[in-house]
Design a protein around this ligand. Sequence first.
Ligand SMILES: [Zn+2]
Length: 196
Amino acid sequence: MSLEPASAADVATVSRQLGRPARDVVGIAARCVCGAPTVVSTKPRLTDGTPFPTFYYLTHPAATAAVSTLEAEGEMPGMAAMLVDEVADEYRAAHESYIADREAFGVVEEISGISAGGMPDRVKCLHALVGHALAAGPGVNPIGDLALERAAWSPTVCECIPLAEAPSVAEAAPLAEAPSVAEAAPVAEALEASEQ
Ligand SMILES: [Zn+2]
C-alpha cells in the first residue's frame, strides 16, 4: 500500500469528482498522470459511526464511466468464470491484502472479513476492483487488472475536467449514500449497497 496524504486541494478535487463533500479521507491511493486523485481511501468507520468497507474508492468520473460501460457490456460473468486455480488463489490473496490495508486504519467488527467488489470468490463491482488495482499496482488483483486493461480509460492519459468547467460542490451531504449498517438491513445487504 502506498497511500499518499491528501492535501486540502486533493479533498476539494475528490469532492468535485463525487459531487458531494468527501468525508473521512485518510489518503489518496492512486492518481491520474496529471496528479489528480483517481482513488480515495476512506476511514473504515466514518465519523458518524457507519462502517465503510470500500477502502479504495474509484472517484475519477471518466474512470467510473468507463468501468460502468464494462459492467453494462456484461463483462462480469466471464471474469467470474476465470476464478479457478491460480487466479482464484490470487483473487483471494487480493482480498486479504485489501483487508490488511484497511485494517491499518482501524479494525471495524461489522465488516470483519469483508472486502469489496465481490472478493474473494465473486465479481460484483468492477469499480471497487479497479480501484484496488490502481491503488495496489499491477499483479495484486487479477480481475481488477483485467478490467482496467479492458476499460476505455487509463491513468496514463489525462481526461480530467479543467477546474473551471467542473461543477462545484454546493453543500454538505454524506459521503456515501450507503445505508447505515446500524439501521435495519443485514450487514451484507448494506455493504452491497455501499459498493458504488
Ligand atoms: Zn488528469
